[in-house]
Design a protein around this ligand. Sequence first.
Ligand code: S3P
Length: 166
Amino acid sequence: MSGPQIVLVGPMGVGKTTVGELLADRLGTAFRDTDADIVAAQGREISDIFVDEGEPYFRELEREAVRAAVQEHTGVLALGGGAILDESTRALLAPHPVVYLSMDVEEAVKRTGLNQARPLLAVNPRKQWRELMDARRQLYAEVARAVVATDDRTPEEVAQAVLDAL
Ligand code: S3P
């Protein structure tokens, strides 16, 4: 079927963009990232959209950005970490080769703990990470054909594991 060759889902900071770009290089195809699409279309950063309009508004933009990208893009596609919260997005992803890049909470804190640019982690990163992972783990797994743990792997190793898994 048409649509992206690979869709990467998973939490913030797990390496969807880095791994997605490596995969696109390896496959000789294009990389697309729905966060970047939203920033380009809105002309402002995602953290500013959260502050100015609130999370529900961002999620609406995200739902449309994901729908457009899944319809239009034939290469490697990375989705924002919360895209799978939307039920219609999960249904839209069902026929596509989705891979869940996972990491455990401590790894997540280590990788993103000091990054205050991410609006969902601004207050208490460890607690917020635990809650995010508890709320989303199942949703990532639900949409994915394969899960690739990233904790002890380099981006190159993760990219290879994604190709092996599909
Ligand atoms: C979010 C993840 C971010 C971005 C926004 C919300 C989330 O994307 O869409 O800050 O809810 O997990 P990345 O996963 O690309 O960092």
